[in-house]
Design a protein around this ligand. Structure first.
Ligand code: PLP
Length: 394
């Protein structure tokens, strides 16, 4: 084997406005290159406590079982599904976006019998349809996606859906990957049984350690399972030996990611979680209004608008490929294409965490306006940019 000719790593400095990762606050990156300690180091025990407290603050919960799962958002997602779903359990999950599909796949692998409640991609679940599905399926476990990153849709009546599911004695798992720290998520007030997220979206930390919280009720179901979860690495009963009071080895914690997460959550707590929600709403709202003023169309209706991800219809006269390529090559901005049923139809523009700042949305609105005008698309770039700027003054 020849020695590979690999040079020094020089990643480009992108403005990350896609569906994640978002840009990390420089404080977070600094925390990650401090040093390494062992995962059982006495100093690390304090870090673990602090991270768990900060996660409880961010999730708005007193839940004892609140921890960062090693891995990306899909790891905390799989921890929730593979522990709560037992073989033979009936499971109801959404069919209106990419991540509902993933819930179905994970539930099946956990041995669940999966049913779906559908809505068109780009619309939230309809409450009457959901209620009908609950009555028909009588699910043991229900999965709900709070913020569907593939379609830019916020399930804004989530608390009502959770209550409905509870009236059928179901356990509710909520995907808050693109909502946590970006829009209000209130685990205790909304009685959510299990809620998971990721580090690299609105928490603005490099991917690798993913928030998860479980209610006492969910914990009881897991502790009284007849069978062991099929996955050893994400077995919460085992993980609890490390993140709970024992603090004994299960697997080596990704200490550097935990350092980063601690700092990212500290940044959020300093700002105040309510202020973080308000900032996403204000900055992303100004951006959305500007795009509409420019002549572009949003994919979701106003009441399902997701501040952390603006899904914009690709206008006549240009392709999503051209928009994405020119934004990266000429402006160093990353946004993303549509997935699944919306491939080629939309461009997904994230507005998350440290990326959700006035200068970023202004820069992106300018760049997008220039590209579209240059491609001959019928838009009024100047009016759009002016509207973003004006919206940011409010
Ligand atoms: C990003 C995302 C995930 C998966 O997270 P990864 O970090 O990519 O594993 C799950 N659900 C939603 C809604 C997401 O946006």
């Amino acid at each position: 084997m020849d020695k590979p000719d690999v040079g020094e790593l020089k990643p480009p400095e992108r403005v990350l406005m896609g569906p994640g990762p978002s840009n990390a606050n420089p404080r977070v990156l600094s925390a990650m290159h401090t040093t390494i300690v062992g995962h059982l180091d006495p100093s690390f025990m304090d870090v673990m406590d602090e991270v768990q407290d900060l996660l409880r603050y961010t999730f708005r919960t007193e839940n004892e079982w609140t921890l960062p799962v090693s891995g990306t958002g899909s790891a905390s997602m799989e921890a929730a599904f593979s522990n709560l779903v037992e073989p033979g359990d009936t499971v109801l999950v959404p069919d209106n976006g990419y991540f509902g599909d993933r819930m179905a796949k994970m539930s099946r692998r956990a041995g669940g019998e999966v049913s779906r409640v559908a809505a068109p991609w780009g619309e939230p679940l309809d409450r009457a349809d959901f209620e009908e599905a609950l009555t028909e399926v009588q699910p043991d476990v229900v999965g709900l996606v709070h913020a569907e990153t593939s379609t830019g849709v916020l399930q804004s009546d989530l608390p009502e859906l959770v209550d409905l599911a509870h009236s059928h004695d179901s356990y509710v798992i909520v995907d808050a990957v693109t909502s946590l720290a970006g829009v209000p998520v209130k685990v205790d007030e909304w009685n959510i049984d299990a809620c998971y997220s990721a580090a690299q979206k609105c928490i603005s930390c490099p991917p690798g350690a993913s928030p998860l919280t479980l209610s006492d009720r969910a914990m009881d179901k897991i502790l009284s399972r007849d069978t062991e979860p099929r996955c050893w690495y994400l077995d919460l009963k085992e993980l609890e030996t490390y993140w709970g009071s024992d603090r004994s080895y299960h697997h080596t914690a990704p200490v550097t990611n935990i350092f980063g997460l601690r700092e990212a959550l500290r940044v959020i707590a300093e700002e105040g979680i309510e202020n973080a929600w308000e900032r996403h709403h204000r900055v992303s709202g100004a951006f959305r209004d500007g795009l509409e003023e420019m002549g572009l169309e949003m994919n979701s209706s106003d009441d399902a608008w997701l501040p952390t991800l603006n899904a914009v219809r690709v206008p006549e006269g240009v392709t999503d490929d051209t928009i994405l390529r020119r934004l990266v090559e000429e402006y160093n901005i990353e946004v993303s294409a549509g997935l699944g049923a919306l491939e080629g139809e939309i461009v997904r523009i994230g507005c998350m965490g440290h990326s959700a700042r006035p200068q970023n949305v202004l820069y992106l609105a300018n760049a997008l306006g220039d590209i579209l005008e240059d491609e001959g698309v019928d838009v009024d770039a100047g009016a759009g940019v002016a509207a973003v700027s004006e919206g940011l003054q409010d």
